[in-house]
Design a protein around this ligand. Structure first.
Ligand code: ADP
Ligand code: MG
Length: 341
C-alpha cells in the first residue's frame, strides 16, 4: 500500500496519525484537536526540552527504518528530561514532509513514536504538519515534571565527588560503523547477492537503531534516596559530555580508562574494525546513558547498584579534565562531538 498524502490532505493526515491516541497522564487535560494542548502540571516544576532532526544531517533513511526513527526521535527527548532527574509527561511532534513519503510511511513513523510514548508513559498532545521541498524534518518538544528540590543540573559537581555512568558505552557508535560497512558492501554488489551479516552484533544495532532512555536509573535514584550533585545524558560521547559537566561546574576530573564500561560485542567489533574501543566510548555518542556525580560518602551505596559504574572522580579545576590510561599515562580529554545516525 502506498497512499499519496494528497488523497487525505493535511487535516485527514493529522487525523489518521493521531486518532488512536489516548491521554494517560493526569497532567494532560487536552491533547490533539484544539488550538493548543492544556496541561495541569500542579505544584511541581516544569521541564521543557526540544530537538530538531533533519534528514541528511541527523539521520539517513537508508540505514534507519521509519518506525525506529520515530521511536528514537521521541526517546532522545525523554532522555533529556531524565538527565534533569525529571519525568517526561507530554510531547508535541512537528513534521515537514516531501511528496516522497506516503501516508503509510508516516504511519510507520508515528507507530514508533506511539510505541515510545507507551513504553515511557508519555502523552502525545499536539504538533504541526507542513510540506517540505526536499527532506524530512522532525521537531519534538517534550514537557516533564520534577520536584523543585530534586532537579539535577550540570553545574553541581564538587571536587572529590565520584563520577559515575550508567550502562555501557560505545555500542551505538559501533552499531553505526556496522551499518555503514554493510551499506558499502551492499552498494558494491548486485541486489540479492549479499545478505547483511549482523549475526552476533544484534546488541550494537539495537543500541544504534532503538536506543532507550534511562527511566530506570532515575527510579533507582529515588528508590535508594540518591540525589546526584550533577547529571547530563551522553548523546555526544563521554568525552564531550564530561567536559560540559566539568566546565559548567567549574571543576576538573580524572577518568580511569579501565573503568569505562564496554560491552563484549562493542569490544569485539572494535577489534574487527581495528579501532580503539576507548575512542569509540569517548567520542562515539548516541549511547543515551546518564553521566552523573555523587558525593564521595556515597561510594559504598553507589558501588552496590546494578548497572552503575564509578569511572573516576572530580578534581579542582586547575587539574583539568584527564583520562588515566591503562598504562598510567594522563591524557587531556578532548571534545569530539558526534551527531549522525
Ligand atoms: P493550527 O492551524 O492551529 O496550527 P493544526 O491544524 O496545525 O492547527 O493542528 C490541529 C491539531 O492537530 C492541533 O491540536 C495540533 O496540535 C495537532 N497536530 C497538527 N499536526 C500534528 C502532528 N504532526 N502530530 C500531532 N498532532 C498534530
Ligand atoms: Mg498547525
Amino acid at each position: 500500500m502506498r497512499t499519496q498524502i494528497a488523497t487525505l490532505g493535511e487535516f485527514g493526515l493529522i487525523d489518521r496519525l493521531t486518532k488512536s491516541i489516548r491521554l494517560t497522564n493526569e497532567t494532560s487535560l487536552k491533547g490533539v484537536g484544539d488550538d493548543a494542548a492544556v496541561l495541569d502540571l500542579g505544584t511541581k516544576k516544569t521541564l521543557v526540552t526540544t530537538d530538531l532532526l533533519l534528514e541528511g544531517i541527523h539521520f539517513d533513511l537508508t540505514y534507519v527504518p521509519l518506525k525506529h526513527l520515530g521511536y528514537k526521535a521521541a526517546v532522545v527527548n525523554f532522555s533529556d528530561i531524565y538527565a534533569m532527574n525529571g519525568r517526561p509527561q507530554q510531547i508535541t511532534v512537528s513534521i515537514a514532509i516531501s511528496k516522497r513519503f506516503s501516508v503509510e510511511d508516516l504511519e510507520a513513523f508515528y507507530d514508533g513514536i506511539k510505541f515510545a510514548c507507551e513504553t515511557y508513559g508519555v502523552d502525545l498532545v499536539g504538533g504541526d504538519t507542513s510540506s517540505s521541498m526536499t527532506g524530512f524534518a522532525i521537531s519534538i518538544t517534550c514537557i516533564g515534571i520534577a520536584d523543585g528540590d530534586k532537579i539535577v543540573y550540570r553545574d553541581g559537581a564538587k571536587p572529590t565527588d565520584l563520577l559515575c555512568v550508567s550502562g555501557d558505552l560505545g555500542a551505538a557508535y559501533m552499531g553505526l560503523q556496522l551499518l555503514v560497512r554493510e551499506k558499502k558492501v551492499f552498494n558494491g554488489k548486485q541486489q540479492g547477492e549479499v545478505q547483511p551479516d549482523f549475526a552476533g552484533r544484534e546488541y550494537l544495532l539495537e543500541r544504534q537503531l532503538k536506543p532507550e532512555a534511562r527511566k530506570d536509573i532515575v527510579a533507582l535514584f529515588a528508590a535508594n534516596d540518591i540525589l546526584p550533585t550533577s547529571m547530563i545524558d551522553i548523546s555526544d560521547g563521554l568525552s564531550s559530555e564530561t567536559l560540559h559537566l566539568c566546565k559548567q561546574s567549574n571543576v576538573g576530573c580524572r577518568i580511569f580508562e579501565d573503568r569505562i564500561p564496554i560491552d563484549y560485542q562493542t569490544a569485539a567489533m572494535a577489534e574487527t574494525f581495528n579501532m580503539n574501543v576507548t575512542t569509540a566510548a569517548l567520542n562515539g555518542g548516541e549511547d543515551y546513558e546518564l553521566l552523573f556525580t555523587v558525593p564521595l560518602q556515597m561510594h559504598e551505596k553507589v558501588s552496590l547498584l546494578n548497572g552503575i559504574h564509578i569511572i573516576g572522580h572530580i578534581t579542582k579545576p586547575t587539574f583539568g579534565c584527564n583520562l588515566v590510561t591503562r598504562d598510567s599515562q594522563e591524557l587531556k580529554l578532548r571534545a569530539q562531538g558526534w551527531n549522525i545516525i
